[in-house]
Design a protein around this ligand. Structure first.
Ligand SMILES: C[S@@+](CC[C@H](N)C(=O)[O-])C[C@H]1O[C@@H](n2cnc3c(N)ncnc32)[C@H](O)[C@@H]1O
Length: 298
């Protein structure tokens, strides 16, 4: 907690609020789950996904909410300043980086209770490594309603840039959104090597730009094929986007030469190149077999 941060309104810590909300969740699902759909306008503070960077990749709902906001609390350097300039012209902007829950929650709560329109803006989609729920729980505990507005996660921008699919018939049947071991993930919780071992998984590593060499070294130690394709997409969809394509054996040198230590997505697997896939059933005879074809429509 920072020195000048106010305590929570009820004198409790955010962790107490999170625990209380967790207890409530275990007992019953929030009735709003059945009342609203994603994208519906709702009461409270929206937790909006800004998308990967390009302002055009913000959702229509997100754009409308930002345009109406008096206060936008945003995720700092991962949110493109062009997007803030384009859509938040009249709002007060607060960078959340470096602020803890004890500072952020009263800031948003007080603004909301003063009748200001508040938007919490996360990068990509708030549901992926966004730490959004703990803020929402702490706010809800203090009587401030909240809700999610989804965004385009950076893995989807990366696959579009690579002109490939993350799932591809006969190449990749699964996608893993993951992160490498480090300060917040113990070595036994790092499953990257297991995902790669499965062979038909596209592994999308968030928060791992600084650790590309360690990650690749571990994969080599575990006996993975050094030729396995790897792409590192720096600032996907930003004007300074950069794409590095290599393999488990080469990518660490390539990324180090480029100098990237943050803000990139690492994609491992054959889907990186898109080579070797086979036509799907969707547009073949199989799709026309009546009821048997159900479930193939996307
Ligand atoms: C705290 S996580 C937030 C992820 C975000 N919620 C999302 O859905 O993309 C930050 C990590 O996301 C990845 N990231 C976010 N924006 C990116 C972009 N435009 N291009 C590549 N990677 C990005 C990087 O790996 C970065 O370290």
């Amino acid at each position: 907690m920072t020195d000048d941060a106010e305590p929570a309104a009820d004198g409790g810590e955010p962790q107490d609020a999170i625990d209380a909300q967790g207890t409530r969740r275990r007992e019953e699902l929030d009735e709003r789950v059945f009342e609203y759909s994603a994208g519906d306008e709702q009461e409270g503070i929206p937790f909006v996904g800004a998308g990967p960077g390009n302002p055009r990749l913000l959702t229509v709902a997100g754009k409308e909410l930002l345009e109406e906001a008096d206060l936008v609390v945003h995720a700092g350097s991962l949110v493109n300043s062009e997007l803030l300039e384009a859509y938040c012209g009249h709002a007060e902007l607060v960078n959340s980086v470096g602020k803890d829950l004890e500072e952020l929650i009263p800031l948003m709560r007080d603004a909301y209770e003063d009748g200001r329109t508040v938007v919490r803006l996360h990068s990509g989609d708030p549901a992926i490594y966004g730490a959004a729920l703990e803020q929402m729980d702490a706010l809800e505990h203090e009587g401030v309603p909240t809700y999610f507005v989804p965004g385009v996660t950076s893995a989807f921008a990366a696959s579009a840039t690579l002109r490939t699919q993350l799932t591809l018939n006969e190449v990749s049947n699964h996608v893993a959104f993951t992160r490498p071991q480090g300060k917040t993930l113990d070595p036994e919780e790092d499953h990257i090597s297991e995902f790669v071992a499965m062979g038909d998984v596209t592994t999308c590593i968030y928060l791992g730009t600084h650790a590309v060499r360690e990650t690749m070294d571990r994969l080599l130690e575990d006996g993975h094929d050094p030729e396995t394709p790897v792409a590192v997409i720096y600032h996907a969809s930003w004007p300074d986007e950069d794409v590095i394509v290599g393999s488990i054996g080469t990518i660490a040198d390539q990324v180090e030469a480029a100098g990237y230590r943050a803000s990139a997505l690492v994609v491992i697997g054959d889907a990186v190149t898109g080579a070797g896939y086979e036509r799907s059933y969707l547009y073949g005879d199989w799709a026309n077999r009546g009821a048997e074809g159900e479930g193939t429509s996307d």
